[in-house]
Design a binder for this molecule. Structure first.
Ligand code: URA
Length: 210
């Protein structure tokens, strides 16, 4: 993947995203839509993976069939909203290894602080796909990606549902080597750090919290 930003403007993605944005969409429907969109986005984020061939027998004859090459992918959920994207992607790539990064923002320093980090081994040999639905300021996403690099990851892609222009810029500045796949780049961030027009708090909407 060579482009730094890939906005997936497929009609199904855009239609489902509009339904998710509506404030009266119930939690169960929101979750189902997120699952469906994440599979469509997974299709894009895995584009161009290295392939090899494997000798197989079909009922008719032998053939060299294309299969994915190399170590299994690592999917990394940036907690907690990342888990909503993770589920759908995992359904499409069930053999992927899974890791979690938990960060919170220190109220005084405003810096991201790590509270959980568990990732698959041999990260350096895997394609690592970090998932977080909302790329808002980009501070925690950039910090999570930095942490993955420190753990050895060399080939990282970032998958989100919505991004702000500020978040994209921030990630591009900090991690120009990490391509971003998203369903939309919205207008801006508001003074509370929410994406506008956005869809509100993704974690609250998918888990039914407030
Ligand atoms: N996180 C969210 O869940 N929503 C936003 O709009 C920004 C960050």
């Amino acid at each position: 993947m060579t482009e730094h930003l890939n906005v997936v403007d497929h009609p199904l993605v855009q239609h489902k995203l509009s339904l998710m944005r509506e404030k009266d969409t119930p939690t169960a429907v929101f979750r189902q839509l997120l699952r469906e969109i994440s599979q469509l986005l997974a299709y894009e984020v895995t584009r161009g993976l290295p392939m090899t061939t494997k000798r197989i027998d079909t009922p008719i004859c032998e053939m060299d069939a294309p299969v994915l090459d190399g170590k299994k992918l690592a999917l990394i959920s940036i907690l907690r909203a990342g888990n909503g994207l993770l589920d759908g992607v995992l359904e499409l790539i069930p053999s992927a290894r899974v890791g979690f990064v938990g960060l919170y923002r220190d109220e005084e320093t405003l810096e991201p602080v790590e509270y959980y980090f568990k990732v698959p081994e041999e990260l350096e040999d895997r394609l690592v796909i970090a998932v977080d639905p909302m790329l808002a300021t980009g501070n925690s996403s950039a910090a999570a990606v930095q942490r993955l690099k420190e753990a050895g990851a060399k080939n990282i892609r970032f998958l989100c549902l919505l991004a702000s222009p500020e978040g994209i810029e921030n990630m591009k500045k900090e991690h120009p080597d990490v391509p971003i796949v998203t369903a939309s780049v919205d207008e801006r961030l508001n003074e509370h750090g929410y994406i506008v027009p956005g869809l509100g708090d993704a974690g609250d909407r998918m888990f039914g919290t407030k």
